[in-house]
Design a protein around this ligand. Structure first.
Ligand SMILES: *Cc1c(COP(=O)(O)O)cnc(C)c1O
Length: 421
């Protein structure tokens, strides 16, 4: 099936007389005839539902749909995008291990890796988004277990050379995880370029209406864990009577362990109601993404021709330093987020923010409604100027998340806001 059809059809096929739409299984638990039936589930000998912290029919349908959209062997929903990143790292790293991450990743991911993971004994080396292959190769250590990057970074909109990241990761026997939140599988499918794992904050375009917080981890099934670096996947797990994930679950070893170990022990599960709402968003993802991209391009071109604007950053623009990478990886569009610098520095940016009428000031991005944010005074305020610069954030930068309204109305709002400064 083509991706549009997958958005609508994948993940759930009702049997005779069953609900046409994925039902909300708003139940923490599931009933069995015998203890033996349930015991098989606990021993991972049979598949089924017993407790929603581990699996739930509504979540299961949505997970299958997202796995299909990305072209993976399996997916696991999480309570948020943060929980998805946490799951990927803790599923294969323990105290004493090391990961490599591009420094322009989402602020929450940066904090998670720079502080919280470090406190837990998992060290992270940050590299520039446009790091050279040589420098990236030199960042690996004996104990490196993962490379993590964002396909299009939030908010600096850097574009990752996924093939290069994958090549380096594989040369050192570790997987590449790509946060594909901004392009979504409509615009980019990182597994086709060598990535091994994908995470999303489904709170963004996938939901698309800003109603349900959520995340997802997707496993390509392509990474060979049998290289001595990942004993947690290739050696017996005592909490399951000595089961070996790679032997019992083959290509789905990583995603099965993410559920049966990390979700079991840490519990960042998505609610069935949120999964239901996410599924509604997914059904129109292929209609919304091209519109976001078309509107964002019009906004970016308007800003480029505005003499109160110091710079415009939109990866699909010809003037972007990522233009060539975009033509390779995302020729049909990147995302709906545009950033720009207002002439006059931090103060001018703060002034402009006060004048928007249609564009709302919210921390969120990537939903149907146009919204905006001044990161230096909001999401990134904990960061030092040095860290801000390392993330590619200028004090006068405004992140403008272009919605799917009529683009003339969005540009009119920008025009009237600029006229007042
Ligand atoms: C928002 C976001 C996250 C974090 O997701 P939450 O759902 O807010 O926890 C991670 N990565 C990217 C690229 C994001 O935009």
């Amino acid at each position: 099936m083509k991706i549009e059809t997958k958005c609508i059809q994948s993940g759930y096929t009702p049997k005779n007389g069953e609900a046409r739409v994925v039902p909300i299984a708003q139940s923490t638990t599931f009933k069995y005839e015998t203890s033996e039936d349930m015991g098989k589930l606990f021993d991972l000998e049979a598949a089924g539902f017993f407790y929603t912290r581990l699996a739930n029919p509504t979540l299961d349908a949505v997970e299958k749909k997202i796995a299909d959209l990305e072209g993976g062997v399996g997916a696991m929903l999480t309570s948020s995008g943060q929980a998805a990143s946490l799951t990927v790292v803790t599923n294969i790293c323990k105290c004493g291990d090391h990961i490599i991450c591009s420094s322009a990743v989402y602020g929450g991911t940066f904090n998670l890796f720079a502080k919280t993971m470090k406190d837990l004994g998992i060290d992270c080396t940050f590299v520039a988004s446009d790091v050279s292959e040589e420098e990236l190769n030199n960042s690996f250590r004996e104990n490196t277990k993962l490379v993590f990057t964002e396909s299009v970074t939030n908010p600096s909109l850097d574009v990752a050379d996924i093939e290069m990241f994958a090549r380096c990761a594989h040369a050192h026997g570790v997987p590449l995880c790509v946060d594909n939140t901004f392009p979504t599988p409509i615009n980019l499918r990182p597994f086709e370029w060598g990535a091994d794992l994908i995470i999303h904050s489904t709170s963004k375009y996938m939901d698309g209406h800003a109603v349900a917080l959520g995340g997802v981890v997707v496993d390509s099934g392509n990474f060979d864990w049998n290289n001595g670096k990942f004993p947690m996947l290739t050696e017996p797990d005592e909490s399951y009577h000595g089961l070996v994930y790679t032997e019992s679950f083959g290509k789905a070893a990583f995603i099965t362990k993410a559920r049966t170990h990390i979700m079991r022990d840490m519990g960042p599960q998505q609610s069935p109601m949120n999964a239901f709402l996410l599924n509604l968003g997914l059904e129109t993802l292929f209609l919304r993404m091209p519109r976001h991209c078309e509107n964002a391009m019009a906004v970016a071109e308007y800003l480029e021709n505005n003499d109160k604007v110091e710079w415009v950053n939109y990866p699909s623009l010809k003037s972007s330093k990522y233009y060539d990478l975009v033509q390779k990886y995302m020729p049909n569009g990147t995302c709906g987020v545009v950033s720009f610098g207002v002439k006059g520095g931090r103060k001018a940016a703060e002034e402009l923010m006060k004048n928007f009428k249609l564009a709302a000031i919210v921390t969120h991005v990537a939903d149907a409604r146009t919204c905006c944010l001044h990161p230096a005074s909001a999401t990134h305020r904990q960061m030092t100027d040095e860290q801000l610069k390392a993330c590619g954030i200028e004090p006068n930068m405004i992140r403008f998340s272009v919605g799917i309204e009529n683009k003339e109305d969005i540009i009119a709002d920008l025009r009237q806001a600029f006229e007042k400064i």
